[in-house]
Structures are given as C-alpha cells and as structure tokens.
Design a protein around this ligand. Structure first.
Ligand SMILES: Cc1ncc(COP(=O)(O)O)c(C=O)c1O
Length: 393
C-alpha cells in the first residue's frame, strides 16, 4: 500500500505511444483497440439507416441528457440478466463512452486534496481524469485475485478524506486480473460502512474466455454506494462513443445535471442506431464470436511468452479482456527500454508501467494487448521482444 500527495512524473505521452503504430514494421501491443476485422460493419450500417428511416426528423432534434429511453430499457434488462443488478431504465444514464462516465463521477466527487483509492497499476485514462483534480492518491496493490481488500479496509479506516474507490474488477486494464467474488462483496460492504463511492468500471466484462465471471460489485451494493460503468466500445465499436452508468438516484440526479452542462446529450443518431442493432441482431452471438477470436489470440500470446521470454520475467494469465501484464526484474525501466530500444531498434511497442501508476517508483512493468494483432504477428512480436529482453535481463 502506497500513499502519495498527488502526481505526476514526467511520463511518456499516450498519443506518442499510439502513433508508434504508424511505423510499417511496427508490431504494436500498445493500444487497447479492438480488432477492426470484428466490427459488425454491415449490421451497424443497416442499424443507422433503420434508425433514421424509423425515427424520421425526430432523430435530428435535441433530446434528454439522460439518454434514449428505449436503449436504457434494453440496458436495464441486460443489467438484470448479465450482471445480477436489479436496475430499471430510471437508474441508468447514457454517456459518451465509459470515459465520460469516469469524468462526470470525478467532477461530482473530487476537489483538490480529496482522497482517491486506485489499483496499482490502474487504467491510465482514469488517472488522466483524476489528475485534473490534484487528488491525494492511495494505491492498493494487486494479486491474482484483484485488489488487496485488507489494504483497502486499512486505508478507509485511517483516511476520512477518501471520496472515491476506482476499480476495474473484470479482466483489469492493465493487468488482466479479475477481482474475486468474496473481495467484491467486501468492497461493497466497506463502501457502505465508510460512505465512499465505488466506481466499478467494467468495459471488458463480456469478454470472458474461461467461463463465468463473478457477480458485479454493484450486485452486492445494498447502500447505493456503487456506480457501475460500462461501454459498447469493446463489444461493438469505440466510434459509437456510447457507454452507460447505473447509479443510485441521489448520485444520478447530479450526474444527469453535469452531463447536461457538459454536452447537453449524447448523439441521438448513435443511441438509436445501437437500439436498432440490439433489436435486430443477436449481440450475444456477436460477443461469442469476439470471445472465440480473442481467446485464440490470448492463448497465442501466452504460449509465445512462455517460449520466448526469459524466466525472470513474470506475467499474468488473464481469463478475459485485452491485456497481459509482464513484470521485468526490478531496476529495469520499461519506459526507457521502450523509447531507446524496443521502438527504434526492434519495432515493438507496449505501454510501460510509468503510465499506469500514480506513483512513479513502479517502472519495471509492461502492458501487452493481445487483441489488435493477428496470431502470426503476436508470435513474431513476442519472439522479437523476448530476444530483446533475453539480451538485457
Ligand atoms: C478500463 C477502461 N475504462 C474506460 C475506458 C474508456 O472506454 P470508452 O470511453 O471507449 O468506453 C477504457 C478504454 O480503453 C478502459 O480500458
């Protein structure tokens, strides 16, 4: 468990990392981008046409900040059937991706010096949001069952200024680990005891490759302290810029008002197109296809790592999602290695640890995304990376 006042070190810019993909020789494991071959292009095109044909001019008008009722009703059904959360459409707000939900929740809760508990490491896009409020970060370490809830309990008991616990419990970005059911229940109980909000950020939940996923933290939430956030970005397309949050009414009212102040509403055309997609297509069959392809890629990357990485590099074995996290021997700076060796000499990109911790001391990890490359590229890229690491560690 580590505590720090606020952040942040000089660190590698995310846009720079993603632009490494423009090098034609580059094999990039950096971006958390879905495989573009799996976008349901024809069905989405048809869904946009159907939405415009059916809604007529109304689709071009202003609508509510909370978002399209039909889509919220479909999502409420899905929350009940897939997440064991008894939500209704009235408990849901549609957002421009999960990212906007994170941003609005931070706006609602954070002021300079407010305490924020984060997993170490965590999703770098959430750190980008929280940093704007100059919070006091409390990092909780992770193991193969997710965040250490004993550390969380100790922090909450000691620091009443903590306002927010941010967690990605399902196939976490960046480690790929999943929070166990027993820890989920404990997180919900601690949030209730200390009246702290949990932001349960879960865009990868449907992308499970080894069977079932534990119930959501929201499922255990008796006190209305958990705000569940998810998104269509990883299961349909990030260009739709559509996500949703499920919150207790006392938080939802504020969040709707902040959403209205921020952008008035999400684009109605996309919301109605998604509604059409869900009414005419079998999204679970589409997700099953994603699972099959991504499972093979995950297995390919794990096999290649096992074969080509030196034995003093450890790595996670995710049961879903997009990412594997590799830990290099202490003292090796994965950021410097990326900039000086991996990209210019080996044409390999990954996201280094320095981007994913609030506290700059952790620098020997790398996030490897297995979804964007073909299995052949994965094997080639991991072989190159393994050769580079073998020469270094
Ligand atoms: C954990 C996590 N949360 C939120 C997001 C934001 O996604 P979007 O705004 O596209 O829904 C991402 C994207 O990579 C993510 O990995």
């Amino acid at each position: 468990m580590t505590v720090m006042q606020t952040k942040q070190p000089e660190k590698i810019n995310l846009d720079d990392i993603l632009s490494y993909g423009n090098d034609p020789e580059m094999i990039s494991f950096a971006g958390g981008f879905p495989d573009p071959k799996l976008f349901p292009e024809a069905a989405l095109k048809q869904a946009y046409l159907d939405a415009i044909n059916e809604d007529g001019t109304a689709i071009f008008q202003y609508h509510t900040a909370q978002g399209d009722l039909d889509l919220r009703e479909r999502l409420a059904d899905r929350m009940r059937s897939h997440c064991q959360v008894a939500a209704t459409a009235a408990d849901i707000m549609l957002t421009q991706g999960g990212q906007q939900a994170i941003s609005l929740i931070a706006q609602m809760l954070l002021t300079p010096g407010a305490g924020v508990v984060i997993e170490a490491p965590t999703y770098l896009g959430a750190l980008d949001v929280f940093n704007r409020y100059q919070p006091h970060y409390y990092e909780v370490s992770m193991d193969e069952a997710g965040m250490d809830v004993d550390q969380l309990a100790a922090l909450l008991a000691k620091h009443p200024e903590i306002k927010l616990i941010y967690t990605v419990p399902d196939f976490q970005n960046p480690t790929g680990t999943t929070l166990s059911a027993i820890r989920r229940q404990r997180v919900a109980e601690l949030a209730a005891k200390y009246q702290v909000v949990v932001l349960e950020d879960s865009p990868y939940r449907d992308l499970s490759y080894n069977g079932s996923v534990p119930p959501t933290i929201k499922h255990f939430d008796q006190a209305g302290q958990v705000i569940y956030v998810s998104s269509f970005s990883k299961i349909l397309s990030p260009a739709l810029r559509t996500g949703w949050l499920v919150a207790d009414q006392r938080y939802l009212k504020t969040l709707i008002s902040l959403k209205g102040a921020s952008d008035l509403q999400s684009p109605q055309i996309s919301l109605r197109a998604i509604n059409q997609f869900l009414s005419h297509q079998d999204i679970d069959a589409h997700i099953a296809k994603l699972r099959t392809v991504y499972r093979e890629k995950r297995d390919t990357m794990l096999t290649a790592i096992e074969h080509y990485f030196p034995k003093n590099v450890t790595y996670t074995k995710p049961a879903g999602g997009f990412f594997i996290w590799a830990t290099l021997p202490v003292g090796i700076d994965a950021g410097a290695l990326l900039a000086d060796v991996a990209v210019p000499q080996n044409h390999i990109a990954y996201v280094p640890a320095c981007c994913e911790f609030a506290i700059p001391v952790h620098n020997n990890g790398m996030r490897l995304s297995f979804v964007g490359c073909s299995p052949a590229e994965i094997t080639r890229g991991i072989k190159r990376l393994g050769k580079m690491l073998t020469e270094l560690v």
